[in-house]
Design a protein around this ligand. Structure first.
Ligand code: ADP
Ligand code: MG
Length: 496
């Protein structure tokens, strides 16, 4: 990191507390959580204060529920502790319930331009004076970082279990699987881009990782970069902030295979992120480099995506992954059981029961299986249908009756006689804004989705907008009998 080798200002207090070594990596999303906390703070304290005081803070890690933030000087640390620590703590706990407190330490150099200049060497070279607390390596190290490091080091973000060998092929995913294999096995570019889409937990990320592993194994010379759209955006914003756009561009454009997961994340982001992505995309396609994209929708359904980008995304091969079938679910369960990782066997009857009942997605199916196996192992008896029913009561109920946000939007639109499209539109007229708020409220109440996820489903709105809607509707319910009855009616129509 650029500022790491700066000598410590002798006037600075050297942190007495040594950083625990365990917090070696910033868990996924911590930087994003901080970005969101900062965004809210910015709206509360104003641009100037945010810029002068808050932007210099950097996330060091999360340790046992405690976030550790580094401040560039003691003066800033003290000032923030006095004025904003409570607020930061509250906002963070809201973003991530696992966070119980926030601690600020003096960590000069950490707030310097971090991003793209950080190389493996600079990271570890950290020539800190001996008395300074050892800096744990930042999580960015653990993220996919082919563009910053040698090709053999870029597997950090890839799940070793997500290979083609471990992917069970069935009717719903055979097309996507075949397309992914073709991309992974070809030495040229069979179609550009490969666009994989499907609902949550159906194997998109698994297939992308599988492509990356396969190319890594068979075509070592090709540079592969896998990252989520969120990470792409984050890096881009960082580069903008630290005026490092040129190297950002160069690094992205030097890869042979670029894979961006969950592209829907940049929908509704009408700012420069989409623009930059578009240019990166075009530059790579022009040079005949392979691009693989995943999303939760087809290109034409990506609302909030610029038209030219949307059409570009559909130029190559678009392959969707359909919801699982009973056969595929059972196949996946058997495959997991056959890996021999489980100490206690899972009876075939129990697997059939699970395949029959957990229909939502593979992630939940895996979770259910793991829970059963862990329990059986603990009590030392194989699982039965009865213990399974008991253990998975919540999950089974949720799978029995699962309301989707799309369904909520449709029903609410119908109820208020408005167009479903206005659930996503920018229109602010009361006649559409209020029903939209109602739909957001119901989405929060009736689904497991988080505020940011809900916001995204409503034309890429911010999570604070969703929160505001929820509060507003609660207030109306409390004060307006007629309104409350309306909501109750809607809730019942939705089967909740
Ligand atoms: P998505 O990215 O579509 O939300 P993931 O790829 O993360 O879904 O898949 C969720 C989990 O289910 C992962 O653990 C993945 O390995 C597993 N999974 C999904 N589809 C399959 C499959 N066909 N065979 C084996 N495992 C699968
Ligand atoms: Mg995924």
């Amino acid at each position: 990191m650029a500022g790491r080798s700066q000598p410590l200002d002798q006037k600075e207090e050297i942190p007495t507390r040594r950083l625990p070594r365990e917090i070696a990596a910033i868990p996924d999303g911590l930087d994003h959580e901080w970005a969101r906390v900062l965004a809210i703070l910015r709206s509360e304290v104003g641009e100037a204060v945010a810029h002068n005081w808050l932007e210099g803070l950097s996330v060091i890690g999360l340790d046992d529920g405690e976030i550790m933030l580094g401040a560039p000087t003691r003066f800033i640390r003290d000032w923030i502790v006095k004025n904003y620590l409570d607020r930061i703590q509250a906002l963070w706990a809201f973003e991530n319930p696992a966070v119980s407190s926030v601690e600020l330490i003096v960590a000069p150099g950490l707030g310097e331009p971090a991003g793209l200049g950080e190389t493996e060497g600079a990271e570890s070279a950290g020539a800190l004076p001996a008395q300074a607390a050892p800096m744990p390596p930042r999580k960015s190290q653990a993220r996919p970082r082919v563009i910053e490091s040698a090709p053999e080091d870029d597997t950090a973000g890839l799940d070793p279990r997500s290979t083609f060998e471990n992917f069970v092929v069935g009717k719903p995913n055979e097309f996507a699987h075949a397309a992914a294999r073709r991309v992974a096995d070809s030495e040229n570019v069979p179609f550009n881009p490969l666009f994989l889409y499907g609902g949550v937990g159906l194997g998109k990320t698994h297939l992308m990782h599988a492509i990356a592993w396969q190319i890594r194994r068979r075509q070592v010379k090709r540079k592969v970069l896998y990252l989520s759209a969120e990470q792409f955006m984050y890096r881009f914003i960082r580069a903008l902030r630290f005026k490092d756009i040129m190297s950002f561009k160069e690094q992205f454009r030097s890869v042979d295979v670029l894979m961006i997961d969950d592209i829907q994340f940049i929908c509704g982001n009408k700012d420069s992120t989409q623009e930059e992505f578009f240019h990166t995309f075009n530059a790579l396609v022009d040079q005949n480099r392979q691009i693989v994209i995943s999303a939760d929708k087809s290109p034409s359904d990506l609302e909030g995506m610029e038209e030219r980008l949307r059409s570009r995304l559909g130029w190559g091969l678009v392959a969707d992954i359909h919801p699982t079938t009973y056969e595929l679910r059972l196949g996946i369960l058997h495959a997991k059981a056959d890996t021999g990782r489980f100490k206690v066997p899972v009876p075939a009857k129990v697997m059939e029961f699970l395949a029959h009942k957990i229909t939502s997605n593979v992630r939940e199916l895996e979770g259910a299986l793991n829970r059963i196996v862990a329990h059986a192992d603990l009590v030392g008896r194989p699982a039965t249908i009865e213990t399974t029913q008991e253990l998975l009561r919540d999950l089974l109920r949720a799978n029995d009756r699962r309301v989707t946000i799309d369904e909520i939007q449709r029903k609410v639109a119908e109820h208020y006689n408005m167009r479903v499209a206005d659930m996503h539109s920018e229109r602010r007229a009361r006649a559409v804004a209020r029903p939209r708020q109602v739909a957001m409220f119901l989405a929060k109440q009736l689904t497991q989705r988080s505020l940011p996820e809900i916001g995204r489903k409503f034309g890429g709105r911010d999570h604070t907008t969703v929160l505001h809607a929820v509060k507003k509707v609660e207030e109306l319910i409390a004060n307006d009998q007629g309104f409350a009855e309306d909501i109750e009616l809607l809730r019942r129509t939705l089967g909740a």
